[in-house]
Write a protein that binds this ligand. Structure first.
Ligand code: AMP
Length: 175
């Protein structure tokens, strides 16, 4: 019987602010079997996808995406917070609940036509993932799919990702 990964996700109420139920993945990360199962589940849709790279969003997305890239035999592209990447970048701004943020990618990280998948740990409102999509599109990448370990489906974030195939390992329909 496959592992129930939800057993390794801890709800932390009122973090980082009142009213938010934070999905804490650290119990999953520290369990070797659960970590392995999560990486395998994230990699599964792309086994025959011939990806050039997996692009991931700083910082929890990095944890899974680097392992998925090794599993698939493809590269890893970091999408980072502003002013972290040293060479020439392009950026995408997005709205947060309060204010706005930006993510950046090196302009030579993805070449036109490269087959790319985006991975993050959690999709909530979808703004962050939509900005990641914009970065891949700006560089001319061929976006094959977008994957999340956790979809907070009651927030409807995946509706912001256009018609790209979306894969989620764990779906919450309420908080
Ligand atoms: P989003 O609203 O989809 O742009 O979410 C922004 C980022 O915050 C995502 O990359 C998630 O990693 C994180 N996040 C948002 N809400 C939660 C939550 N309830 N639990 C854990 N992480 C969250």
């Amino acid at each position: 019987m496959p592992l129930d990964l939800t057993a390794y996700i801890r709800d932390v109420p009122d973090f980082p602010k009142p009213g938010i139920v934070f999905k804490d993945i650290t119990p999953l990360l520290k369990d070797p079997g659960a970590l392995e199962a999560a990486v395998q589940a994230l990699a599964e849709p792309y086994r025959d996808a011939n990806l050039a790279s997996v692009a991931a969003i700083e910082s929890r997305g990095f944890i899974f995406a680097a392992a998925v890239a090794v599993e698939l035999g493809c590269g890893f592209v970091p999408l980072r917070k502003p002013n972290k990447l040293p060479a020439e970048t392009t950026s995408a701004a997005y709205e947060l609940e309060y204010g706005a943020d930006t993510i950046e990618v090196h302009v030579d990280a993805i070449h036109a036509g490269d087959r790319v998948a985006i991975i993050d740990d959690v999709i909530a409102t979808g703004g962050t993932a939509a900005a990641a999509v914009e970065l891949v599109e700006t560089l001319g990448g061929n976006l094959v799919g977008i994957s999340f370990l956790i979809d907070l489906a009651f927030l409807g974030g995946t509706t912001k990702l256009g018609d790209y195939p979306v894969h989620t390992v764990i779906t919450y329909n309420g908080d």
